[in-house]
Design a protein around this ligand. Sequence first.
Ligand code: CAA
Length: 729
Amino acid sequence: MPGTIGADNRTDTSSFEMPFPRHMHLDSAKANMTETSPPVIALEIEGPVALVGLNNPPVNAASQALRAGLVKAMDQLADNDAVEVIAIYGMGRTFIAGADIREFGKPPQAPSLPDVCNRIEAMQKPVLSVLHGNALGGGLEVALATHARVAIDGLTVGFPEVTLGILPGAGGTQRAPRLTGMKTALDLITTGKRIGAKEALTHGLVDKVVAGDPRDVALESAQAVLSGELPTRRTGTLTVDNDTAALKDAAETLRKKQPLLFSPHKCVEAVAASVKPLEEGLAEERRLFLECMESPQRAGLINAFFAERAVAKIPEAGARPRTVNAVGVIGGGTMGSGIATACLLSGLTVTLAEQNTEAAERGRTTIETNLDGAVKRGKLTSGQRAEILSNHLSTTTDYQDFAEADLVIEAVFEDMNVKRQVFRQLDDICKEGAVLATNTSYLDVNEIAAETRRPEDVVGLHFFSPAHVMKLLEVVVADKTAADVVATGFALGKRLKKIAVRAGVCDGFIGNRILSTYKKTAEYLMMDGASPQEIDTALTNYGFAMGPFMVADLAGLDIAWASRKRLAATRAPEERYIPIADRICEQGWFGRKAGRGYYVYGADGPSPNPEALAIIADERTKAGIAPRVFSEDDITSVIMTAIIMEAATVLEDGIALRPIDIDAVYLFGYGFPRFRGGPMHTADAIGAAELVRRIENYAKADSYFWKVPQSLAEMARDGSTFADRSKEA
Ligand code: CAA
């Protein structure tokens, strides 16, 4: 019946006190209907239809103003006898993309999102929502509380809360299962995966998918409700079949796959409560939501969310990136082929250069294999793969073929003389305005740039292996790099769907400089008594994907050995040197590729290499070290303190713009556990005073390595945090 919701036919009899003008804005911050700016809610009355436009750019986040505006609109429309149906839609690029994440961790401000959703669902007049762009998290919850949902093509819906360390806390865990059943709701809520409009329709999350402008669709859909064509109902009145098998399955999978995470397990508990009457289920959801909000993982995951975005704020943001269509890549090894693959997957044309035809063909084969992987993962169709390989990739042995390239990325052997020679040639060959990039992971980009007559065009683009998979890209800015070249590096990162972070020139830039301190510390711990396996286990239990010795075996111990030999002459005599890795290498045990390193790689997977353990014991005896026992906490405390100590000096040296940039580098390039928010976020959680105390304590045994960075000392004195410094910068 028009103007009513489902079977519930009560009509709104509340008196009408204040007529609406045809189009007015609701300044909900003041919760008053005035025409002041910013107009968070725009109301229009078209005959019996009220259109509620949400206007909170850029993503219509459900801020306090938007929440208050929605409640106010519902209250006033309930009292307006002329209105028979209400349609909520998003103005701008999207429906509500979620709760306003910036409000998390601050004192809650009424009305809460659950109250908003409950108010909407309780409306006596039918309320429908028109969804376009994104309806995520709290946005989807608002939609589920309306009495009908119309999706516009291109819509994305999902519950990303779990990726932020929380759960859908505004009825999502109760209303979604009522529409989709428990199994689908569990899948969506515990993974945070995002789905399109058609899939949402299949699952019953939306009632209809149409094309059109959100306001037009809102008006048409409201008419459809009036004519009875679009049925309405309260989600909360539906019941849920108790799918105990799905609940058990989800709980077991999460216990196995995500034992360290807090909120996914709470999501399952919340969905389990959806068999209860709505009010009871909502109360259970609220209780679990608040537990998640209190968890340090929530703060870590939200820092990761903002880190991903903060890094784009660079001094060169105003510069116009140069046009890049044709890319040259020098070097067809794992790195060069990975970079070429990343470029090809983003629609760029690539010329790959190698020293000879065989090497070039090997590079092509690696790219083909990488693209096969993309096809398997559903990122590419086999038709697109064929098209890329025949029309967008060419190989060469002649740098002259780079004459028309817009960007050339060098990924040759990590040797300054080789790199210099490459850049001299590029300088002679490349067209004016081409960007010349080096993928060096340690070397001095200023020295490389000085080899050309156009140092302003030279920049470091440090990819991480496998380059077509890893998210991080360090954009290394040398002294003379032009602003538009930096901007080009960032634009390329965006095009390649990577997270670009601005870094200054030093040995190892942000990531590898800190990594070398991390590795050294792990070796010190090994010498002092912890086994490689104990150290690796402590770090994987802390949340890293792999421990440092397993990573070293994977990377190949010979590479680090060669670099140690190269640096031997310049090593400071006071620096503590651990000879264990050298002795392991002398046996030819170069790690996984040799079947043996710190671990032995057998058919049943890696196990500790007893002969490496004998070398460790022998070196301890030679050095007169009586091995100590380290707990997992001892190991992670020492390693995290060392990482933070080096990170603080990276900041003091101006190599990273802000602490949050270091978090981004470690989260997206080095497998740092996302729920811990990054090294600088971890530093704030530990506290500067405690870190200073630890460093001073460790310095008693090794005052060359352990030094309190000035910034930490200041923070310990004034109680400030790295987060404060990220905000100030
Ligand atoms: N709260 C606050 N700010 C947000 C936000 C949110 N939920 N979502 C995005 N923003 C901000 C971004 O930080 C960014 O700000 P700056 O321009 O100042 O950096 C701006 O909006 C634009 O965002 P993007 O650069 O990410 O824009 P995009 O077009 O690439 O992507 C998007 C848009 C898909 C909506 C993406 O922003 C996104 O995925 N946002 C997060 C969505 C989310 O997690 N929602 C759930 C929130 S939790 C919740 O809702 C819990 C609950 O039930 C109570």
